[in-house]
Design a protein around this ligand. Structure first.
Ligand code: 6PG
Length: 483
């Protein structure tokens, strides 16, 4: 039931779910001059926010969902910032019961895009607009300017877009927020963003490991290398914070903090979702998959403990020219990163085709230039590449990236082969290079795979010199028939 309180209905936006992300977004809206209705399951969080930050803008304190909904101007806009999964469904149901046709519910959590498709369809039937919005930038971004990826009905963007754009990060005067496409598309692209984030972090991790294990650099020295890299083509948020993390000293031991952190990476699941979706779509996101598996391997602590001391074989000597090898790693990191983004954009194109979303890669590159975790200088280059050719078959074919890889290729090969000879794992560097080599190969061993499939399952094959499908009578006279 809606409380008809036209007098009190003065908030432009409501935020429910006031953990750190929710409170920070609410404060961001308020700081930009919007009146924000606040709601949380336990009122203590609402009161704490008002107590600590009430002076930052105009907040409306509400206790019940009815009061919350009654505090909003029409069309009502409510941003849900609760845990993805069942808690989101529960809040949506309560809100939907209190709202009216034309009102807008926005889910700003990391929801699985297929859940968003389901929720959008069911709320549409009730006349409500449901917007699944990917929001990236962590706690700091939520407060000072995130990158926002709202999907859902286009018409809802007219009422919602200006509000979201006002709190988003801005790059060269352009907000890092745009309408992505229908139903689950916003959460889909946020999911792929996170997959790229996983790959980027894994590649940085491999570079860090090589600098440490192959060149013997300590954390402080590696921090200096990353700081230097951040001044060039690799400039990005993740490279910048890598240097900061590496420079941090542990108060208890005086050692670099990174050296006392357990080397088992956790994950909440968006990287895994990206890979599962890529498998269904048939898109080889090998860099992202390696990153997800590398986290899983690092977390296999019992197995790892048992395997320490297994044979390494004869290992090569460490590189003698440290400066050259450092530059090789930088080049390998850049080229592998291009591959990771190329694969992510391929997945977005495949998702767009599968769900009929009509997604525009240049728009995504534009809104990922600021605010989000994968923000990086080279997103400008990606934007340029897709502006020039929106149907680019692969990012690595864009002239700029083609040249960049040509420059990096010898270093890339040296890094992968040296790491292998030194027994240092580089799954993402190596698989990215193999992906690149496979993509540019004139012939792949898949011809043999097709022959084998035809042998044991009569699955047929195509010929290089004729149209149609063929089968060899393997258990007969081995002549070929057209099928
Ligand atoms: C972002 C981050 C954010 C979050 C990830 C971390 O874009 O702001 O991606 O969504 O930090 O959920 O994911 P993992 O816990 O899986 O590393």
């Amino acid at each position: 039931m809606t409380i008809d309180n036209t007098e009190g209905a003065r908030a432009q936006i409501g935020v429910t779910g006031l953990a750190v992300m929710g409170s920070n977004i609410a404060r961001n809206f308020a700081r930009h001059g919007h009146t924000v209705a606040l709601h949380n399951r336990s009122i203590a969080k609402t009161d704490a926010l008002i107590e600590e930050h009430g002076s930052e803008g105009d907040f409306v304190r509400t206790e019940t969902i009815e009061e919350f909904v009654g505090a909003l101007q029409k069309p009502r806009r409510v941003l849900i910032m609760v845990k993805a999964g069942d808690p989101t469904d529960a809040v949506i149901e309560e809100l939907a019961a209190a709202m009216e046709p034309g009102d807008i519910i926005i889910d700003g959590g990391n929801a699985l895009y297929t859940d968003t498709i389901r929720r959008e369809a069911s709320l549409r039937e009730r006349g409500l607009h449901f917007v699944g919005a990917g929001i990236s930038g962590g706690e700091e971004g939520a407060l000072n300017g995130p990158s926002i990826m709202p999907g859902g009905p286009k018409e809802s963007y007219a009422a919602l877009g200006p509000l979201l754009e006002s709190i988003a990060a801005q790059v060269d005067g352009t907000p890092c927020c745009t309408h992505i496409g229908p139903d689950g598309s916003g959460h889909f692209v946020k999911m792929v963003h996170n997959g790229i984030e996983y790959a980027d972090m894994q590649l940085i991790g491999e570079a860090y490991n090589l600098l440490g294990s192959a060149l013997g650099y300590d954390a402080g020295k590696i921090a200096d290398v990353f700081t230097e890299w951040n001044g060039g083509d690799l400039e990005s948020y993740l490279v910048e914070i890598t240097a900061e993390v590496l420079r941090q000293k542990d108060a208890k031991t005086g050692k670099p903090l990174v050296d006392v952190i357990v080397d088992a990476a956790e994950q909440k699941g968006t990287g895994r979702w990206t890979v599962k979706s890529a498998l269904d779509l048939g898109v080889p996101v090998t860099g992202i998959a390696e990153a997800v598996f590398a986290r899983a391997l690092s977390g296999s602590r019992e197995q790892r403990k048992a395997a320490v001391g297994l044979a390494s074989g004869v290992l090569a000597d460490k590189p003698t020219d440290a400066a050259q090898f450092t530059e090789d790693i930088r080049q390998a990191l850049y080229a592998s990163k291009v591959v990771a983004y190329a694969q992510g954009f391929d997945q977005i194109a495949a998702g767009s085709a599968e769900y009929d979303w009509d997604l525009h890669p240049a728009d995504l590159a534009t809104i990922w230039r600021g605010g989000c975790i994968i923000r990086a200088r080279f997103l400008n280059r990606i934007k340029d590449a897709y502006d020039e050719n929106p149907t680019l078959p692969s990012l690595i074919l864009a002239p700029y990236f083609r040249d960049a890889i040509e420059t990096a290729i010898d270093s890339w090969r040296r890094v992968v082969s040296t790491a292998t000879l030194l027994g240092i794992p580089v799954p993402a560097f190596a698989s990215s290079l193999s992906y690149y080599d496979a993509l540019r190969a004139e012939r792949l061993p898949a011809a043999l795979t097709q022959g084998q499939r035809d042998f044991f399952g009569a699955h047929t094959y195509e010929r290089v010199d004729a149209e149609g499908k063929f089968h060899t009578l393997w258990s007969g006279d081995r002549s070929e028939v057209q099928v």
